[in-house]
Design a protein around this ligand. Sequence first.
Ligand code: ISE
Length: 339
Amino acid sequence: MKKELNIALVGTGGIGQTHIERINDTLKGGNVVAVSDVNTDFGKKIADKYKLKFFEDAYEMIAADEIDAVMVTASDEHHEEFVVSAIEHGKYVFCEKPLAPTKEGAKRIVDAEVKGGKKLVQVGFMRRFDKGYLQLKEMIQSGDYGDPLLMYCAHRNYSDPAANWTTATTIPNALVHEMDICRWLLDEDYESVEVVLPKSSKHANPQLLDPQIMILTTKSGVRIDVEGFMNSRYGYDIQCEIICEEGVMNLPEPANAYVRSDVAIKYPIFKDWSYRFVDAYNIEIQEWMDACLEGRTIGPDAWDGYVAAATSDAAVQARETGETVKIELEPRSDFYKSI
Ligand code: ISE
């Protein structure tokens, strides 16, 4: 068995760079050795910064004999082409969320993987590796509190003018995390989705209605209210409350010391997701590399990416039409066994 993976990374923006740093400086079992970016000048700068080989042609990089595994951190609309290329070369591929911005794109990835006959894809739904969410899942599965009936979730970003949020990108880029994590926590698929648009914040840019409320209903009837607020103006804040028949559970706040001062008790919260979920990212990528070295996959797979994309498409349609939209999925192949 190989001891270290040579990893090629496509897309050298913010998340790509944090993955290069965590893999090359903190984690064990692999190194990012090569990168590619559609923006050649920028990609070359990043390659120089981290002393990596730069490929102008990402497909050539993915195909190269020296590359064992691929990481796709390109912009969402380019995920599909690189993930499919990795699959066609029989290489393990970690793709940041969303697997693809549409259901059709994600389905083409699923089809390519099934055709190749081997599971190779992991999707970057890092919350599944977060200690707090894992504790919630364990509590639900214990059955000690009865069945979950309702969930209240909030996904609040501080406010990042550079992120250029639009009403259309909030659902597939941000709320897609909620779609995946709630389905994983409850271990069941969704029946339908609605979206409600309350009064919009004056801090939202003109292309964004903010906040949005997405209401998911699972097959067994659990109702999940998700607030997506891209301009909270106070921090990056993720909330999850699960109302069960005999108890109510909450996602723990990240542990931060607090101070009594100035007639108040204060403790800091994170401003950005990369800090809030840093441990989850590290565990996720470490486990991905361990699994690749052992010739297997773990965590959210291409089917999970497809379900999230189908849910996200339905939510977009629900927002546009004001209707409750049924979430239709293709039949799941035995290739993908469980949620
Ligand atoms: C960002 O793209 C992410 O993926 C974060 O995990 C998410 O919480 C955030 O809202 C997005 O901006």
